[in-house]
Design a protein. Structure first.
Length: 398
């Protein structure tokens, strides 16, 4: 059976010259302006019950460039401007398919600064990347090599809130191939005391990256709150210092999750997780910070796309499945079990570690899906993900 090459984005940091930084900043502003103009035009047309698609907004862009107020759009490459219109079309497609909310306008201060170039907007030769409207190649720090003979299909340039510049090259990676099939399967229970508890009994510690820098972050945010609101340089410096601490936390968290998920996918053929609604769980004000720091949603996303790359299977068991209260030995369902109860003894005499027992039950429920397709009900569209049937806890008679 023929296999298609996986496209991967290779992200690198680079250091632009003053001229390149100015050109990219202008491009970011023009991309934001065109996106907002097109969104406003499509919103007005929607109110008039008219249909406006990508081709219509592309024609609008041509007309906007000929007006006096928007003539500055001609000063930057047209490729990122066309790409932002395609992104808007994708946003509307997701909205009409009920996969996302209605598109929102881009903010100068809060929205991500980025611009996407297709092959007509850049030149990649001899390991040097030169963007349109630029005379010199970007000074990229090649922290890891690109696949041999790789030819990027798109290049995305971005700047984060900490002021760091990044370039992402989308390339086909022939090294990503399905791994040899194994018989191993693992149930994965996520938590806060331990980030993961596996059905093998292994417990993976929660690094709590945010807690390690909490004091530094609080002091930086306090200094930011003391500066005068506005566009002053002191406030900008204080805001950038806060952003650098957040970036440090996010980088360490992402690095740890990548290493962890890669190991799990390589070692196991089937991975069973719980379909948690993290968006609702963070509404708990007592646990919101800890849940956000654990990044369970990112963990699941990484497991799913890496499993799709390497020919593994990820199964999501329904969130209402009583994995913690069900005895994995005899199947007896317990009553209410507060979160502070970490070990409990079943009527059959078996003493359970709460998290290990939950991982065992998740594995059993996931294997039932693979063997007999036990009431599979999808919870969300995810590559390779399945969700086992909803199982309500029966009410106990008084």
């Amino acid at each position: 059976m023929a296999t298609t090459c996986v496209k991967r984005a290779f992200k690198y940091r680079f250091y632009p010259t003053d001229a390149q930084a100015a050109e990219l900043s202008r491009t970011f502003g023009c991309v934001r302006k065109v996106y907002n103009l097109a969104l406003a035009a499509r919103t007005d047309a929607w109110a008039r019950q008219e249909r406006v698609n990508y081709n219509a907004t592309s024609a609008m862009l041509t007309a906007w460039k000929k007006t006096g107020d928007l003539a500055f759009l001609n000063d930057v490459s047209s490729v990122p401007l066309q790409q932002c219109l395609r992104h808007l079309q994708t946003a509307f497609s997701n909205f009409f398919a009920k996969r996302a909310k209605y598109p929102r306008f881009k903010s100068k201060k809060k929205s991500r600064k980025s611009a996407e170039y297709t092959t007509s907007g850049f030149r990649f030769r001899a390991g040097e990347l030169t963007l349109a409207k630029m005379a010199q190649p970007l000074d990229i720090v090649w922290s890891r090599p690109l696949p041999e003979g790789a030819s990027p299909s798109t290049v995305t340039v971005s700047q984060d809130a900490a002021g760091r510049w990044f370039v992402s090259l989308l390339c086909e990676d022939p090294a990503v191939k399905p791994l040899a099939a194994t018989d191993s399967a693992v149930g994965i229970d996520v938590g806060l005391d331990h980030l993961l508890t596996l059905s093998t009994g292994e417990k993976i510690a929660n690094p709590r990256h945010e807690r390690k820098d909490r004091a530094r972050l609080a002091k930086a945010q306090q200094n930011l709150s003391r500066t005068a609101k506005g566009d002053g340089s002191n406030r900008a410096k204080a805001r950038r210092k806060v952003a650098r601490i957040h970036a440090r936390i996010a980088d360490r968290r992402r690095d740890h999750l990548h290493k962890l998920t890669t190991r799990l996918v390589r070692e196991n053929q089937t991975l069973v997780i719980e379909d948690l609604t993290v968006r609702n769980m963070v509404k708990n004000r007592s646990l919101a910070r800890a849940i956000s720091d654990a990044a369970w949603s990112d963990l699941r996303s990484m497991l799913e796309y890496k499993a799709a790359w390497y020919g593994r299977e990820v199964i999501a068991v329904d969130r209402f499945f009583p994995s913690s209260k069900l005895c994995s030995h005899c199947g007896t369902l317990q009553g209410m079990m507060p979160l502070n109860v970490r070990t409990w003894t079943c009527e059959c005499g078996t003493t359970h570690d709460r998290d290990v027992n939950a991982a065992h039950n998740l594995l059993a429920a996931g294997l039932a899906v693979t063997v007999c397709g036990a009431g599979v009900r999808p919870q969300r569209s995810s590559p390779g993900g399945q969700s086992a049937t909803k199982q309500k806890t029966p009410r106990r008679k008084p």
